[in-house]
Design a protein around this ligand. Structure first.
Ligand code: NAD
Length: 416
């Protein structure tokens, strides 16, 4: 995987719409989209509702989650939003670490939503592609380089099998971002020479460990705070902004130098992640982009991308400043719905979209930033992508003990 391949692939993907129809790409014999959700929490439930809102002929047939209480809550919510559109009988509800295999074995399900914590995504994606399903998968798509290589292999297999893969980096389906990128790529701000991107916000939900809860159950319920499950918040959230920068440059960073720590959020319920990061990404043309993210209550908030060119600057959400000034004023659809509309249209047209590689690459950029901040080392893309052996998977997937790594300390934490 090198930069040239990335640029080639990105160009190929933008041509996807013009590609010839793949015969049999939608081999189920009808236009019906029959959805199974793996990871029926907040976003899995939201994505199922968005999918029902996105096109006619959609039905939710099966739900999987580690825990039955999450399935019950999800089914209730989907049923309230779309009465009669979620016919999930108890024999199509699956719990436990192997629940995904049972859901994927249902021949009637032809579209799966993968929305468990990202640590499981490579495993779930591989199985979904092998089972021949079309896929909507939430970002991020892995938490370590080993997982990313698996996602790249699965995405390539999906391409060969004519299966669609769309990722939850919804800015790629959002009119204001699409309009901006058209202009940036046409040279509206000249050559890109720098940029900034941010996901600085307060705190998210946290779940304390309850009496009787095993380590593994608690980690999976409180997954945001364990690097093996979430990738840390730079990967879990900031991937959105980093993806926008990669999109603008049409390239991947060649180097990253990051720092970060855990200063305000040190209680045990915050697991082993950091609460702030700052990373400098260097792009192939020498441009440097500053990336910043934090989850700190009571501190300044900003979620944004900014591009600096030789002839002006641009803001991701649709504004250009400089000689050619412009502001997005068009109509916008809900991007969380639009991503399903686009995915379903591509399946029905026999021209399946495949966003697997590009979301894997943007996820890896965020992972590279985290690895640099955790270890204190400046890293190259080529080494992280091709040589790092970091694999954060637990020894076994079982509700029981699961000791985790200590909080990283730059300069001491080993680079793997
Ligand atoms: N695109 C976006 O803007 C956006 C917004 C929110 C979340 N997300 C992403 O969606 C994913 C889910 O986040 P969420 O907010 O819904 O979290 P959540 O905790 O509400 O839901 C995750 C669910 O997965 C379940 N789960 C855990 N391990 C599982 C396994 N092995 N098999 C099946 N289910 C398992 C959990 O029990 C939980 O119900 C994450 O990747 C997150 O980054 C994306």
């Amino acid at each position: 995987m090198n930069r040239r391949d990335f640029v080639k692939t990105t160009a190929a993907m933008s041509l996807a719409a013009a590609m010839p129809r793949i015969p049999g790409a939608y081999a189920q014999g009808s236009d019906a989209i029959r959805v199974g959700v793996i990871g029926s929490g907040g976003r899995g439930t939201g994505a199922a509702i968005d999918c029902l809102n996105s096109a006619p002929g959609v039905e939710v047939l099966a739900l999987c989650d580690l825990f039955q209480d999450r399935i019950d809550a999800s089914l209730k919510k989907i049923g309230e939003a779309h009465p009669g559109k979620a016919s999930v009988t108890p024999d199509r509800m699956f719990t436990g670490f192997d629940g995904y295999q049972k859901l994927l074995a249902l021949p009637e399900v032809n579209y799966v939503i993968l929305a468990s914590p990202p640590g499981f995504r490579p495993i779930h994606l591989k199985a979904a592609v092998e089972a021949g399903k079309n896929i909507f998968m939430e970002k991020p798509v892995a938490v370590d380089p080993v997982g990313i290589r698996s996602v790249l292999a699965s995405s390539s297999l999906a391409q060969q099998k004519g299966l669609a893969v769309v990722a939850g980096t919804q800015r790629r389906h959002q009119a204001r971002y699409l309009e901006l990128m058209k202009r940036v790529h046409a040279g509206a701000i000249g050559e890109l020479v720098g940029g900034q991107c941010y996901w600085n916000m307060g705190e998210l939900w946290v779940k304390k460990r309850e009496a009787g809860m095993s380590e593994m159950e608690w980690q999976c319920r409180n997954w945001l705070y364990f690097t093996w499950l979430s990738g840390d918040h730079i990967v879990e959230q900031h991937v959105h902004n980093i993806d926008v920068i990669n999109w603008a440059f049409g390239a991947l960073p060649v180097k990253a130098m990051g720092m970060g720590g855990r200063q305000a959020r040190t209680a045990p319920e915050y697991g082993n992640i950091f609460d702030h990061f700052a990373v400098e990404f260097e792009y192939p043309n020498g441009a440097r982009v500053l990336s910043m993210c934090r989850q700190t209550q009571g501190a300044a908030e900003r979620i944004e991308e900014r591009l600096v060119g030789t002839q002006g600057s641009a803001l991701g959400f649709g504004e250009i400043r400089g000689p050619v000034s412009w502001k997005f004023e068009g109509a916008e659809t809900n991007p969380y719905v639009q991503e399903h509309t686009d995915l379903i249209a591509s399946i029905r047209a026999g021209r399946p979209l495949n966003e697997g590689q590009r979301v894997a690459e943007s996820t890896l950029c965020a992972i590279m930033g985290r690895m640099s901040a955790y270890t204190g080392r400046a890293l190259s893309w080529d080494w992280v992508a091709n040589s790092s052996a970091l694999d954060l998977s637990p020894r076994e997937y079982k509700l029981g003990p699961n000791p985790v790594d200590p909080v990283a300390v730059p300069g001491f934490t080993q680079l793997i």
